[in-house]
Ligand binder design. Structure first.
Ligand code: FUB
Length: 446
């Protein structure tokens, strides 16, 4: 617990937001529903936090006070728009219950509708689902005085069909449900219907999307021999009948998973969560990875990566420790007075780390800056394109910075004109007498 607390203090102090995985590290975020509004990518997650003082015994379960919203800026940075809703501001909600589970926010006719589950103060159900409306994707929202009547359960997942009909998917348990909504988006238009033909097992996290003419009903499916997975079924109608297809993400460990799927700038992305940075499955962090489809429309299983999505460009911080591939080196938390995060370390002779998709633009880049800490004076590290023997574009000597925790930004001129989107490979070249070259935190192309 002591070790966990230290890790959490480090992470919560971290202000930087990044587009690699996990997506943000200044707070814990789970259940990410991503949406593209007016061409811009937004995420609406829930948030995990520590139990309030004196109430720790109540919280072996989730402790979830409300919602932030995030938007992707410049293809590489997640902007935190702050609190969208705090639990004690829910007009119909019970107070101080920390029960704000997975939300969603969808646009219809220029208005943004935010749906969330909360514990009702009338005690009528484990969770009810409320809604608020705004002119902006990040609020402020005007919250309805009461929950949506006729709906009881968690995990609202919204879908608007091509004909404009809105649907609310929801539920957690052996069964999931769908109900069409009225045009006002605040009432159901018909009794909820069971989402049929899914295999047995605990289910939650309903999320529907449409690609070509196929409706994909995706959800978290808990298999007794595997735990939480993300599974899906398809149909030619939002209300089914559905045909179960299989899993799109395997189990990540002994905790929940919860996801959404969006198409953004021509690529499909799976948003999900994991708790690998806290090590505790009630303090989760949202992540994203690209998703691909086979010719028959079925989904290729998504493997979680550190690299995640996004394409940093000139001036963006390239968190090289969120690699696509590493060989002979390691990563660890940064030490010294550096803002908390990760670094590449134990950089042995001819070790390398590869970071895919950096946008050099039209070839105007002149320099590369590197953030290093180094406790010795021999060796060098190179920046190459595509692979560890690819075109050399920059070379840095191993400069003594005062020690392995003393950080300094060093710069060098690019040796070549580089254009377009390129994979970067940093190759570490030690020398006789040194067993590692530098600790490397980040790169910036300028
Ligand atoms: O985050 C709380 C609950 O855990 C969500 O509502 C479920 O989908 C699961 O992720």
């Amino acid at each position: 617990m002591k070790k966990l607390s230290l890790t959490l203090i480090i992470l919560l102090a971290l202000k930087t937001v990044i587009a690699q995985n996990p997506l943000v590290t200044h707070m814990f975020t789970a259940d990410p529903t991503a949406r593209v509004h007016n061409g811009k990518l937004y995420i609406y997650p829930s948030s995990d936090t520590y139990p309030p003082a004196g109430r720790e015994a109540e919280f072996p379960r989730f402790c979830m006070p409300g919602y932030h919203a995030f938007s992707l800026e410049n293809g590489a940075t997640w902007k935190d728009h702050g609190w969208i809703l705090k639990e004690n501001d829910v007009p119909w909600g019970d107070k101080d219950t920390y029960a704000m589970w997975a939300p969603d926010c969808i646009e219809k006719d220029g208005k943004y509708y935010y749906y969330f589950p909360a514990k009702p103060k009338d005690g009528s159900s484990f969770r009810r689902i409320g809604v608020g409306v705004s002119d902006s994707p990040t609020g402020p929202f005007e919250w309805e005085e009461d929950y949506i009547k006729g709906v009881s359960g968690i995990d609202p997942g919204l879908f608007i069909d091509d004909d404009g009909t809105p649907y609310l998917f929801f539920g957690g348990g052996k069964e999931l449900f769908v109900a069409p909504l009225k045009a006002n988006m605040k009432e159901i238009a018909a009794e909820p219907k069971l989402v049929e033909h899914l295999p047995a097992g605990y289910k939650e996290a309903s999320f529907m999307f449409k690609r070509d003419s196929i409706y994909y009903f995706t959800y978290a499916h808990v298999f007794t021999d595997e735990g939480y997975t993300i599974a899906y079924a398809t149909a030619d109608n939002p209300m089914g009948p559905f045909t179960y297809v299989g899993k799109m993400m395997d189990n990540l460990g002994n905790g929940t998973n919860h996801h959404s799927v969006v198409e953004y700038e021509g690529k499909w992305i799976l948003f999900y969560h994991w708790w690998e940075i806290s090590g505790y499955n009630k303090l989760r962090s949202m992540r994203a990875d690209y998703i691909e489809f086979k010719n028959d429309g079925s989904v290729k299983k998504v493997k979680p990566t550190l690299r995640g999505i996004g394409t940093p460009t000139l001036g963006d911080t390239i968190q090289i420790d969120r690699y696509n591939e590493i060989s002979g080196a390691q990563t660890a938390f940064v030490g010294g007075n550096e803002p908390p995060g990760w670094m590449v370390c134990e950089t042995k002779m001819m070790s390398h780390v590869r970071f895919n998709r950096v946008d050099f633009g039209d070839g105007q880049a002149q320099k590369i800056a590197a953030r290093i800490a180094c406790g010795q004076r021999v060796g060098s590290f190179e920046v190459r394109l595509n692979n560890s023997k690819g075109k050399l574009i920059a070379e840095f000597p191993a400069e003594y910075t005062g020690g392995w925790n003393s950080w300094k930004t060093v710069e060098t001129t690019l040796l070549e004109k580089v254009e377009g989107v390129q994979d970067l490979v940093v190759v570490f070249k030690a020398d006789w007498g040194s067993d590692k070259v530098v600790n490397l935190n980040w790169l910036v192309i300028q």
